[in-house]
Design a binder for this molecule. Structure first.
Ligand code: HEM
Length: 113
């Protein structure tokens, strides 16, 4: 289950990077049906594998809560990075990537700082 979770971590990061690139260079392609649907399928599977790992996890759960809070920030900044067309896009993009690294770090170290 963990390797499945990691697979969806990589795929959803890839889909986020891909959509930011499209938003910048080919915004018309963001209107394609599969481009709209695929990221939701990937994030859904990421959440599903994450929660099923979380239910089987017997240690301290504080870091999982931190992961979820950071995930909300990551999604929010990710949306901004795709929707904004001015320089805000790049601040949001940088922030989203930092939060992504934080989420992965929290998962590996199981500590929130
Ligand atoms: C952007 C989103 C996410 C990223 C980047 C991410 C990253 C990771 C990474 C790198 C690991 C492997 C840690 C290790 O092997 O030491 C992991 C494991 C795990 N993740 Fe996620 N994850 C994300 C979302 C979630 C969500 C939404 C949940 C559930 C609420 C979750 C719960 C878990 C759990 C419980 C483990 C297993 C820890 C263990 O048994 O060692 N993750 N995650």
């Amino acid at each position: 289950m963990k390797s499945l979770h990691l697979l969806f971590v990589v795929l959803s990061l890839g889909s986020f990077l891909g959509r930011v690139a499209l938003a910048q260079f080919r915004p018309d392609m963001l209107e394609l049906k599969w481009v709209k649907i695929a990221p939701h399928v990937l994030s859904g599977l990421l959440l599903l594998t994450g929660f099923s790992l979380a239910f089987g996890y017997t240690g301290d759960h504080g870091w999982i809560a931190a992961k979820l809070v950071a995930l909300i920030g990551y999604v929010g900044l990710g949306v901004l990075a795709i929707k904004r067309t001015d320089v805000t896009r790049w601040y949001a993009f940088g922030g989203a990537l930092l939060l992504f690294v934080y989420i992965a770090r929290v998962a590996v170290t199981k500590t929130i700082f």
